[in-house]
Design a protein around this ligand. Structure first.
Ligand code: BGC
Length: 913
């Protein structure tokens, strides 16, 4: 455990504050004051730099402790502590302490609401500061390409660069308003986990500029993000952290990035090219250090000015953010009312209603008196993904408890017979006296192969072993431990029965002598890069009332993780895949399915199929009860096509965070009118994904997939591909239902002829023509009529979320700018708008365009990569934090937070910003 007192070295902080002579600069708002503050930080950095020796500088550009910038105690500069911040702050210093678990990146993207993004940033900044940290390694902003992407749950861009460009800076501005450095990651192109340490992504320059980079460009230009994390994989043959084109040329020179580039954890493979490419901080310093770099300085191959620039950038940002203003560390509060409310509100707007046939939803409290809930995802903390973005919740509202709280008059029953909860199993075995007892006979062996006599034998009620906490009669030695469990199970429903085993090793399971599960040698799949513990399932037909022998053999293997959502241990469970005979008597069935940290996360890609035969389970339930509502979980699209036509209602909840259970219940019962829109397309079959032929298999073995082509991404990624091939996915990008209806009328475009960067206003009337108040996200797409280069049919270039009372009409304006029409011209290396006519399409989804208009660009225009902006004026305004800056010493003072004043429960749906 890291000693938090190191940061509490207030003498160092006091010195720091003297060094920058900050007098009242903390809450500057005007450009001049900001410039003055920057100047002071520059000067202070320069002064310290001048005092440092070459050795000190070379030592300084290597990180420490996994997340930190080293202290320069001799110059009064404290250690700067970082924390991971994917789904919330992971308190690594405290051994992965629990924190607030926010909805996942795709939930935030589904809100289509920069206001929720700002709230999230401010809350995350608060949590960071509250833990005594000075920066957070987030937000994650990479694009979603394929449904099997392991880290898609961390990223807020969905499948569209404009969405990321409009939400990323909002989060960053929120974080940095707390005087916490935000770190945009992963720069650039980390959109799959398959072989991430060796993968080469071959990306044409246009794909890089138009698809991959806009969220990062916008973060630089519209939120002056303090840090950027370069990623593990290669882009066009060079590791991202050694990629001069990405860092030195584009990020620093063209966009004018003033912050510091930090490598992902040990992502610098070669010190010299990384230093020359512009990586400023090598986390953990294995390459950018004196022993690697000094010889190059001595030979003249590396310039000292290059090293100075790195040190200067780090110091300048330290002085600029004035870390002396942090409150004492005793204020550690990882479950603040504000953070909880923010988590709740993102979930309320970030859960997408996909299907609602016959208005089965919202459920009517007066009619729905008995509800069956199926699926362990509904029973415990709302799930989240595995890896560095994983956070454990201290408090949460499960979906089951959310339903019980919102419908106190109804009987809400969790169906145990369909549950794969290892701690709720009914195994039986015989004890040494031959009596039948509850549990499984457990034999421990001090070898890997169940050889000879067991070293110990006992009866375990459940198979639920955790090596990191349980005391068991075994040495636990990963090379020399095997265990055999044997007992019986008596199903209560006839039909297919699923068995599930999650273990850090090799497992084989037999039912009445028939092998149902075998995972081979049980080695972890990712060559020891934060390996997940992925369960294996098998199924077998059983008869109700009959006792079946169950035997599980397990041999422990090395290298699994007990933290970040992993498991070192063994869990076994079984459940029926057939509906109980009385299921038709319930007024509704809510089935929670999808992924979790068990199946999805950092370091590996995952299947498109639902795990645990959940597709079969849904089909069986839907046959038994016509009011079946499916709630999907996961950071990606998953296969729905084999059951979606059989259920009347389905939602994608993604990972809705620790208050997701409340939000979901409010949506199911209509207390909150859903307004989330899909930030991704959901395909019927994986082969339908327009990019499928470019990435037909995921492979987590580090052997086969070494190169991925992005040649088709401009026109084939997500909705762009469905437009091009004139096909429809199951659910399109931008799709999301409401309990009311909206109509679009009277579109106008002013001016109808583009002139320089004069904002182009697209205006229309939006009417709530239904019976309930609700929010609509109006989506604005632009397409060029006769492009000379390859262009997508249409691209999202603006959106607005509008709250309307029933019958209310609002005149809404969404702005476009010059970049909304431009493509990147590889020859002139700038943005170009051809003289042409552009189609303006406005609608409720990418496949539901309601109004069309035209815009003419009479002359070819060329736009600079430095001054042009991916965000038009109105989108830019919506990422600005307009709340008063946090006062000196008030970083942790929630009374000054306007959100906190509003309490935690009420939500009027008025989400406009
Ligand atoms: C991840 C980063 C994370 C870092 C530190 C890496 O494996 O890619 O996103 O910030 O670990 O935990």
């Amino acid at each position: 455990m890291r000693n938090r007192k190191t940061f509490g070295a207030h003498s160092a902080l006091a010195l720091l504050s003297l060094a920058i002579c900050h007098a009242n600069a903390a809450d500057t708002t005007t450009q001049e004051q900001l410039a003055a503050k920057e100047l002071r930080a520059d000067k202070a950095a320069e002064k310290t730099l001048a005092k440092m020796t070459q050795e000190e500088k070379l030592a300084y550009i290597g990180g420490i402790g996994g997340w930190d910038v080293k202290p320069l105690s001799q110059y009064g500069v404290p250690q700067i502590h970082g924390a991971d911040g994917g789904a919330g702050i992971r308190y690594t210093s405290e051994g992965n302490d629990p924190g607030v678990v926010y909805p996942s990146g795709p939930n935030l993207a589904a809100t289509f609401n920069p206001r929720r993004a700002i709230d999230f940033g401010r809350a995350l900044g608060y949590d960071t500061a509250s833990g005594g940290y000075q920066f957070v390694t987030g937000p994650g902003m990479n694009l979603y390409r394929m449904p099997w992407s392991g880290r898609a749950f961390e990223y807020l861009s969905g499948e569209d660069p404009f969405l990321g460009a409009s939400l990323g800076p909002a989060v960053i501005n929120g974080i940095q308003q707390r005087r916490v450095w935000a770190e945009a990651k992963h720069y650039a192109g980390n959109d799959q986990e398959t072989n991430r340490f060796i993968l080469n992504q071959v990306m044409p320059e246009r794909v890089l500029r138009e698809m991959t980079l806009p969220p990062f460009e916008s973060a630089t230009k519209n939120s002056t993000v303090a840090m950027m994390m370069c990623s593990f994989q290669k882009v066009n043959g060079e590791y991202a952290c050694e990629n001069k084109h990405l860092i030195a040329d584009i990020l620093k020179k063209e966009w004018g990035f003033k912050g510091l580039v930090q490598s992902d954890y040990n992502a610098v493979v070669h010190g010299l090219p990384a230093a020359q490419a512009g990586t400023d901080l090598d986390m953990m310093g294995g390459q950018m250090n004196s022993s690697v770099l000094k010889p190059y300085l001595d030979s003249g191959e590396l310039d000292m000015a290059t090293i100075d620039d790195k040190v200067r950038r780090i110091l300048k940002n330290i002085y600029l953010y004035q870390f002396d203003k942090f409150a004492p560390l005793t204020t550690h509060n990882m479950n603040s009312a504000t953070s909880n409310k923010v988590a709740l509100n993102i979930a309320r707007e970030g859960i997408v209603l996909l299907k609602n046939q016959g208005d089965v939803l919202p459920l009517d409290k007066n009619k729905v008196k008995r509800i069956a809930v199926v699926g362990d995802l509904a029973k415990y903390a709302p799930p989240t993904g595995f890896g560095s973005a994983h956070v454990d919740a201290t408090r949460y509202i499960s979906e089951l408890s959310g339903l019980r709280q919102i419908a106190p008059g109804a009987q809400v029953e969790f169906l145990d017979t369909l549950s794969l909860d290892p701690t709720a199993m009914h195994w039986t075995t015989t004890d040494s006296k031959g009596n039948s007892v509850a549990g499984m006979k457990t034999e421990y062996f001090n070898n890997a192969t169940w050889s000879g006599d067991p070293s110990a034998t006992q009866i375990d009620t459940y198979v639920n072993l955790d090596w990191s906490s349980d005391k068991v009669p075994s040495n636990g030695d990963t090379a020399n431990t095997s265990i055999r469990w044997s007992g019986q199970v008596t199903p209560t429903i006839s039909g297919d029965q699923v068995f599930k085993v999650r273990a850090d090793g090799a497992v084989r399971l037999w039912v009445n002598g028939e092998k149902v599960i075998d995972n081979g040698d049980g080695e972890n799949i990712t060559n020891k890069s934060i390996p997940p513990t992925i369960p294996v399932s098998g199924k077998i037909k059983l008869e109700a009332g009959k006792a079946y022998d169950v035997k599980l053999e397990y041999s422990r293997r090395d290298g699994y993780l007990s933290t970040m959502g992993g498991l070192v241990g063994v869990q076994m469970s079984t459940a029926s895949l057939t509906a109980p005979s009385d299921l038709s008597q319930y007024d509704a069935v809510v089935v929670a399915v999808g992924n979790s940290a068990e199946y999805e996360g950092e370091g590996f890609d995952h299947s498109f199929d639902l795990p645990e035969y959940q597709n079969e389970l849904i089909q069986n339930i839907a046959k038994a009860n016509p009011n079946t509502v499916v709630t999907m979980h996961g950071g990606t699209a998953l296969k729905m096509s084999d059951w979606i036509d059989q259920v009347p209602a389905a939602l994608h909840a993604f990972y809705p965070g620790q208050n997701g259970g409340q939000a979901l219940a409010e949506i199911l019962f209509g207390k909150v009118n859903p307004s989330g829109k899909l930030p991704i397309s959901i395909e019927r079959n994986i082969e339908d994904n327009p990019l499928y032929k470019d990435f037909p298999n995921f492979d987590n073995t580090r052997t086969k997939v070494k190169e991925i082509s992005y040649a088709n991404d401009l026109t084939m990624l997500g909705y762009r591909g469905y437009d091009k091939t004139n096909t429809k996915p199951l659910f399109a990008f931008g799709h999301g239902l409401s309990y009311t209806q909206f109509t679009y009328n009277n579109i106008s475009v002013t001016p109808g002829v583009a002139v320089g960067n004069t904002p182009i206003k697209v205006s229309f009337d939006l009417t709530n023509s239904g019976k309930r108040a609700g929010s609509e996200v109006a989506e604005l797409y632009v397409g060029q009529q006769n492009p000379k280069v390859e262009r997508a049919v249409k691209e999202l270039k603006g959106y607005k979320k509008v709250f309307l009372q029933p019958g209310e009409t609002r005149h809404v304006t969404i702005e476009l700018n010059d970049r909304s029409l431009a493509y990147f011209d590889e020859a002139s290396k700038q943005w170009v708008i051809d003289a042409d006519t552009f189609n303006i399409s406005l609608g409720a989804a990418s496949d539901d365009i309601r109004l069309n208009a035209k815009l003419v660009n009479p002359f070819r225009q060329e736009l600079s990569t430095t001054t042009s902006n991916p965000l038009p004026r109105s989108a830019l305004n919506s990422v600005k934090v307009t709340l008063p800056a946090v006062k000196t010493g008030g970083v942790l003072d929630q009374a000054k937070d306007t959100d906190a004043a509003n309490g935690n429960t009420d939500y009027d749906g008025n989400t406009e910003y």
